[in-house]
Structure formats: C-alpha cells, structure tokens
Design a protein around this ligand. Sequence first.
Ligand SMILES: [Zn+2]
Length: 311
Amino acid sequence: MGLIKTAQEILEQGHDAVLRGDFASAADKFRSASQKFSKQGDMSMSQLASGYASIVRVSQRPSDSGLYYNAADTIRPLGNTPLKLGPREVTASYLAEELQLLGNEIDAVGLIPDQPERWAVRASSLQDLANRFRSNTAGDPLVMPELLQKQQILAETKAMQLQALSEEALAESLISRDPKAAAEHYQTARLWWAQAGRQDMAESAASRVSSYGKAVKCWFCGREVTGERIHFLTMPSDLTELVSRSSGDGALPSCVPSLREVYACKGCHSAVFKMADSRALQRTNELEVRVNAELSEIRRQIEQIKDVMRR
Ligand SMILES: [Zn+2]
C-alpha cells in the first residue's frame, strides 16, 4: 500500500472515525474523500461521501435545525442507496425523512408563543409532527440519536413527547378564558409524559393540573375564581381564627390553612399592587424634594466655610 491513500481508503477512515465517535475527524475524512472521488470523475461516490459528511456534521451543533435540513437535502437524491452509520444501515431516503422531522421538531419546540392564538397554532403543529413521526419512520430506534448520543429513542416515544407538548400548548391557549379546560389538557399531557417515560415532566404537568384546576373565593370581593397564579394569587396576611371564619360559609376557601395568606382574584390583587406602587412613587418623590433641599443647604454652608477660610 502506497503512502497516498485512495478515495475509497479515505472514505473507510471516515467510517472508522464514526465508530470511534470522533465525528469532527469523520467529517474531514468524508469531505476529502468526496473531493478525491470528484477529481476522478466518480460523481456518485463523491455525492455519497459528501452525504456522509453532512450527516456527521450535525454533531457539531445538534440543536441547529439548519444542519439537519442540510443533511436531509444532501442525501435525499441518493434515494435507496444504503448508508452505513456505525452499526446501523439505512437507506438514504429513510434517513433524509428522519433528518427532516428532527429539524422540524427543533423548530416547532423552540418557538415559544407570546399570544394565546399562537399557542393554538403551536399545539396543532406539534400534533401534526407527532403523527408524521408515527407514520414516516419504522418501529426501529431513530438513527441520529443512536449515532450521535448513543441514545435509543423510538419514533413512538418521540411522538408521545410531542403529543404531550401539544396538549400543554393547547392548555396554554385556553388558560386565560377557561382554566378548567386548561387543567384537563395538562392532565392528558401528564399521561403522555408518563407513557413516554418522562416522570419529571409528568410531575410538572400534574402540578399545573392542580394549580389551574384549583378554585377559591377572593378574600376581598368574594368572587369565585379558578386558576392559581393566572386568575387568582395569594397575598401575605395575618388572620386570626375568628377573622378567617368570618369570611362566610362557602365551600371554597378564601385563605390558606396556615392563615398567613389570603386569596385575591387578579382584579383585587392588581388594584392593591397598583395603588401600593403609586403610593411608593409619591413617597419617593416627596423624599427626593426634602433631601434635595437639605443637600443644597449643606452645599451653601460648605461654600460659606470655604469663604471664611479663604479670608
Ligand atoms: Zn377579588
């Protein structure tokens, strides 16, 4: 074997680097194999090598959707050509579809809406994506997570996570007008998270179920409201046993059991806060006027002293 490697040998070195998990060097090898094949006029091998380069390049920034789309576009024309990626072998068109979906997932999950209507749009795009993961990939673990992170993730698991996120987005789209319905969607999300094996997310969804589904009576105005932290909040207070009992005999509580906090509907809560804010501002302005007057008096006295010393 001579010192100068053939294009095929460089391609093999790329595959070896993939097996070692050294994706940066694999990308280099695939790129130079592609150039070498191209110089020899072997365009189909050159295209294959550059396809491999685009796939391993995803490892540089695994949360950059652009790299996934780029890889998908590069390998899609290879059609049914088998690709060897570590221990797996899949067709180029199969992997192109997975790369496209993973790119779409990054974009759909990363976009956090700021308006209720947008939450509804997010919900339907996540649901759509969940369906595509189910229908467009076989029952095998996804190729890219297995290649890059040594993680076995089934398309079905991915679909369940997306469905959970979709239910949560639906809940957020409803919370401002129907907190009980929002709580129900978080309940469904909780079940999807649990099925997908994400106990942490299931627990956080469960805590939304109880806070969004919780109903109280406002201590101040007596309104009955549902949806903790959105439609009502707690405010620190000191109640006595007698005072707490005097709030009426309704089934809904108007204070916490420890009697250290009362419930306030959003209207009462914000009215109190806005008034406190404006009082604080007024007081600060008054203080500023007084302090400024005193400061100028002190300055005047200092000038006087300086005058005396200069004489
Ligand atoms: Zn109120």
